[in-house]
Design a protein around this ligand. Structure first.
Ligand SMILES: *Cc1c(COP(=O)(O)O)cnc(C)c1O
Length: 496
């Protein structure tokens, strides 16, 4: 009697009715598989109607609600209005498209609910270590290099630049910080470098002025002469250059800096080379593209994503650091309550390095499982073919654009990023910009395709970034047709 009373008082969060929860889970899985299987029939995007938005202003739920009812709410208000990036005609920014097996891995990892930060005598640490080892091998890093999975390339850039800063400051920066009487640390990247580089520099306390923006050539690659001159100039001024950031695939046009030249320069100038290869690093997989990424393997640190061009579900990035000691030196700090034994016994006695020694995070999810399962499911050769396919599709689009007098290719497209616009005789620059902005919106709002935009040499451009494994060439035929149709129609509206 006593114990029954206790059972009533001591509640928990497991299902009260496992059987109906099991049914609900199966229904969710079936619905999601139906959705992904039929994704091509869905609009590429649709706006959230005001009624649906209003749904998200309901009060804090103090009382329990039925799981089935919550799922119905999801189906009505959440599911129908996704970002759209699983759709075959989503090419805005650089988005990942995800896979079914990746989704399963997410579910399994969530079920295990393990913590991949510290404590090394459990399977997740071995899975992540193996994934990082595979990635080192694929990207040409030595087996002795260090690395960890992150939530994305922004975090990877921050991690890599933090290591660079600690490794290259000629004083004990972990202890003294930037507050002492020291020369100012400065670093270099092209004007085309990703915004996450500047954010990282600001977060690291260096100040965005410390990030020297170096101009690019006609191919949007960093201008090496200008870079050298800037380094010399800063040294003369008594500043402390410590790092160059190379881009392997810029977000605007997919350009690659000359990474071998940067590696040579960094060697002769005693600077750290960090490479941001968010999506472009994966060019190494495709025989016809790998020359672009040559030199990548010489970086001191390399940041890249697996949720963009390796098509794995969000969130998943990686940072590799050539020198494991320097990686640890930047982050390792072990208070007594976290100490491990490396005795081979017990949960803290494993033989692997702790990932928490390589990042500021302590608790970390089991991101590695989706990478491990995905790489096995498809095999690297399949990824190589798909990456090649995406680039060939982008080249195909560029050819369609160049063959059409009503369209203008606005930058070289060496990889999977294509910038273009609709041109109409007699329109000046402001009118062209307005027209193309309207085309961009119409494509999105009519659910035809999602593109993003950028500005190249001050001119507005429609931008396609193709990291989509569901795209077919015919989707680009359709895109060109629709851009032209919308262009003609909107031109009539503009002149009315
Ligand atoms: C997307 C991107 C990033 C940032 O990566 P996240 O995974 O979005 O954090 C950094 N650099 C480049 C070149 C990118 O394309």
């Amino acid at each position: 009697m006593q114990s029954e009373n206790n059972m009533a008082i001591e509640d928990n969060l497991d299902p009260h009715d496992w059987e109906s929860m099991r049914e609900l889970g199966h229904a969710m899985l079936d619905d999601m598989l139906d959705y992904l299987q039929g994704i091509r029939q869905q609009p590429a995007w649709q706006p959230i109607p005001p009624e649906a938005k209003a749904h998200f202003t309901s009060p804090v739920p103090w009382e329990a609600q039925d799981p089935g009812a919550i799922y119905q709410e999801f189906k009505r208000f959440v599911m129908p209005y996704p970002l759209g990036n699983t759709h075959p005609r989503f090419w805005g920014w650089l988005f990942g498209t995800g896979t079914v097996m990746g989704m399963y891995a997410e579910m399994l990892a969530a079920g295990m609910n393990t913590n991949g930060g510290d404590l090394d005598n459990h399977s997740a640490i071995h899975v992540e270590t193996q994934v990082v080892n595979w990635l080192k091998e694929i990207l040409g890093f030595p087996a002795s290099a260090s690395g960890l999975l992150t939530n994305g390339c922004s975090a990877s850039n921050l991690n890599g630049l933090a290591v660079a800063r600690f490794a290259r400051a000629p004083w004990d920066l972990r202890q003294e910080g930037l507050q002492g009487d020291h020369p100012r640390l400065v670093l270099y990247a092209s004007t085309e470098a990703h915004s996450s580089i500047r954010k990282a520099v600001e977060l690291l306390g260096l100040g965005s002025e410390a990030l020297r923006s170096i101009e690019v050539d006609a191919q949007y690659r960093i201008d090496l002469a200008a870079l050298e001159a800037a380094i010399q100039h800063d040294r003369k001024d008594g500043l402390q250059p410590f790092c160059v950031v190379g881009s392997a695939g810029t977000v605007n046009t997919g350009a690659f800096d000359d990474l071998n030249a940067l590696a040579d320069l960094c060697k002769s100038q005693d600077l750290w080379l960090h490479v941001d290869g968010a999506f472009g690093a994966w060019a190494v997989l495709a025989p016809s593209l790998s020359h672009l990424a040559s030199g990548l393997e010489r970086a001191d640190s390399l940041a890249f994503d697996l949720h963009k061009w390796m098509y794995m579900p969000y969130e998943l990035g990686c940072v590799l650091v050539r020198d494991e000691g320097q990686h640890r030196h930047a982050f390792s700090y072990t208070p007594p309550y976290l100490a491990g034994s490396h005795s081979g016994r017990g949960l803290t006695g494993g033989d692997l390095p702790w990932f928490t020694d390589k990042t500021y995070e302590l608790s970390r999810g089991f991101r590695a499982l989706k990478a491990w399962m995905s790489l096995k499911e498809h095999g690297l050769s399949k990824y190589a073919r798909l990456i090649e396919q995406n680039v060939q599709q982008a080249q195909y689009l560029a050819e369609l654009i160049e063959a059409d007098p009503g369209l203008e290719l606005m930058a070289p497209a060496p990889l999977n990023v294509v910038c273009f616009r609709s041109v109409q005789p007699g329109l000046d620059e402001p009118a062209l910009e307005l027209l193309n902005q309207k085309i961009l919106l119409a494509l999105q709002e009519q659910g035809i395709a999602v593109l993003s935009s950028t500005r190249l040499a001050g001119r507005f451009a429609l931008r396609v970034g193709n990291t989509n494994h569901r795209t077919r060439r015919a989707d680009f035929d359709l895109l060109v047709r629709e851009v032209k149709r919308l262009g003609d129609r909107l031109l009539r509206d503009l002149s009315d």
